[in-house]
Design a protein around this ligand. Structure first.
Ligand code: URA
Length: 203
């Protein structure tokens, strides 16, 4: 089985980390969210994908990318020849941030302070799994991984070096595709997204 640098069992260390994250109070988002949504996937995954934060359905299910954005993500992964069962999927922020409007919970963007507070968790995940490649899905993930604002259009689709070492790729967030009103633009942008995933996996 896979071992940590210290010789411990990675799987056990990951399970302990996940358990610890369930009672996280590093930022105020835990107050209103249902639960922490930790990363999931094999600890020996070669690729780690980082989203923004759980959405409404992820918050209820306790699993990343299971709602509408997750469906787009799953389809794009398949088209890019990536088996979701072999990758590790996590988020920059691990509690759902929302505004209550009647019965609906509307997604709210995590701010720099929340991203910074939650960075501790992703650093632990990265230190344990040490993925060969990390893919940032959107600006929040890129900010978390690079520690600064990143322009996706300029940096997407090529290998980048992470501050702490390691290869990273940047692409758009699947929710961005869902929000595009023009179906032609949506189709084009979706194709670019798939192409970015292909490059990240197979270059
Ligand atoms: N959007 C994300 O960034 N992450 C999820 O887990 C779901 C939607």
């Amino acid at each position: 089985t896979a071992r940590t640098k210290a010789g411990g069992n990675i799987e056990a260390a990951w399970a302990a980390l996940r358990e610890e994250s369930m009672s996280c109070t590093r930022c105020p988002l835990h107050e209103h969210a249902t639960q922490t949504v930790f990363g999931e996937g094999p600890v020996d995954a070669a690729m780690m994908f980082v989203g923004e934060q759980p959405g409404d359905q992820e918050d209820l299910a306790g699993r990343p990318f299971v709602g509408p954005a997750g469906q787009v993500f799953d389809r794009a992964l398949t088209e890019a020849g990536i088996d979701r069962g072999t990758i590790y999927v996590t988020n920059a922020v691990k509690h759902f941030k929302f505004e209550q409007r009647g019965k609906r919970r509307i997604h709210a963007k995590p701010d720099a302070g929340e991203i910074t507070a939650c960075r501790w968790w992703i650093e632990q995940e990265r230190a344990l799994l040490r993925p060969k490649r990390t893919v940032a899905l959107g600006a929040t993930a890129a900010r978390s991984l690079f520690g600064k604002a990143v322009t996706i259009s300029r940096e997407r689709g090529r290998a980048l070096e992470l501050p702490g070492g390691g290869e990273a790729w940047i692409t758009v967030h699947p929710s961005y595709l869902l929000r595009l009103p023009d179906p032609v633009a949506r189709t084009e942008e979706y194709a670019r997204f798939v192409a970015d995933l292909k490059s990240a996996a197979h270059t």
